[in-house]
Design a protein around this ligand. Structure first.
Ligand SMILES: [Zn+2]
Length: 320
């Protein structure tokens, strides 16, 4: 059996909320439910709360709280099979016990007010990871995409970075524009992650990272979570059959060759993107691990990619 996997980015909350499917029943819809996650070897998932554009800006907080409440009710209904993870020791115990760990992540800081009251209260609720933007501008930063005017973090954005460092909330630079990326790297005193981004050297899209960015993340002690979205693996890919496991492995190989095996993990984007045929859902993860082994990744390397690198960053950033 494989090491329990920490997956750095998934959107199953939005998928469950919008489709009404049940997390505890195996489904053919979406990419994640509890039975399939177990078969896939998942130990914990950074679980995104994402707000669609139509609710911004006025309903950002209300929709965020609704998402958190929805997630908490799923955890409660799991009867102990799932647990909210708020410390590194809880995460390690969760992996050892074979439960499904939920790490609360906001994909975009639209719900956060300029005085950070919502951030502090969200920390109390269990928030341990924050993306400063999704691919759109807000009061803190600009995202990649058509609205990117090339500006870095605002002064509020820099204060947000400091406050996340103080609280022990992991900062995620996926979806930030390049100027914002470099500002976060400059202002954060703790390691940061790109939870679900790939390599521009292999697939030149704005959501991926340049070699320079990957090296800077590594130097800061962070990591890149490999995203399985077809369009971020191979330029121009749109359909599941356009991409093979080889393409996923090429991105892993590239980061390992460039920055070392300590700086890559998984950040699937399950339930938020188009998956390759061979990774059609979370239950397909063992196929990827088997292929990595065939390509010469040994037990130590695999353990780092599956869990240890995420654990190392989390231990360095969270307060306990
Ligand atoms: Zn995303």
């Amino acid at each position: 059996m494989w090491e329990p996997i920490i997956d750095g980015h998934t959107d199953y909350v939005l998928s469950l909320f919008e489709t009404g499917r049940n997390f505890f029943n195996e489904s053919h819809c979406g990419h994640v439910d509890l039975p399939r996650a177990k078969r896939g070897g998942i130990g914990a998932m950074l679980t995104a709360i994402f707000i669609r554009d139509e609710y911004l800006p006025d309903q950002a907080l209300a929709r965020t709280l609704r998402g958190v409440d929805f997630l908490f009710r799923i955890i409660e209904a799991s009867g102990g099979a799932m647990e909210l993870i708020t410390s590194a020791s809880e995460l390690e115990a969760c992996l050892d016990r074979g439960r499904f760990g939920v790490i609360l992540h906001y994909e975009g800081a639209e719900a956060i007010d300029p005085e950070f009251a919502v951030l502090r209260l969200s920390y109390q609720l269990g928030l341990r990871s924050l993306g400063l933007t999704w691919s759109r501008p807000n009061i803190f930063a600009e995202g990649v995409g058509p609205q990117d005017r090339g500006r870095g973090l605002t002064s509020l954005g820099r204060a947000l970075v400091r406050t996340c460092n103080e609280l022990g909330i992991l900062i995620d630079v996926s979806h930030l524009n390049d100027a914002g990326f470099w500002d976060v790297l400059e202002y954060s005193e703790k390691p940061v992650v790109a939870s679900h981004s790939n390599c521009r050297a292999l697939c030149p899209v704005a959501r991926n990272l340049s070699d320079e960015q990957i090296l800077a993340l590594a130097k800061k002690g962070g990591l890149v979570g490999i995203n399985f979205h077809v369009g971020f693996l191979r330029a121009g890919a749109e359909r599941p059959e356009d991409v093979r496991l080889d393409d996923v492995i090429a991105h892993i190989d590239h980061i390992v060759e460039l920055a070392g095996v300590d700086h890559v993990g998984f950040g699937s984007d399950f339930d938020g993107a188009t998956m390759p045929v061979d990774l059609a859902d979370v239950a397909h993860l063992p196929r990827l691990l088997e292929t990595l082994v065939r390509r010469g990744y040994d037990e130590t390397a695999l353990r780092k990619i599956c869990r240890e690198n995420w654990l190392r960053v989390i231990r360095a950033v969270w307060r306990e």
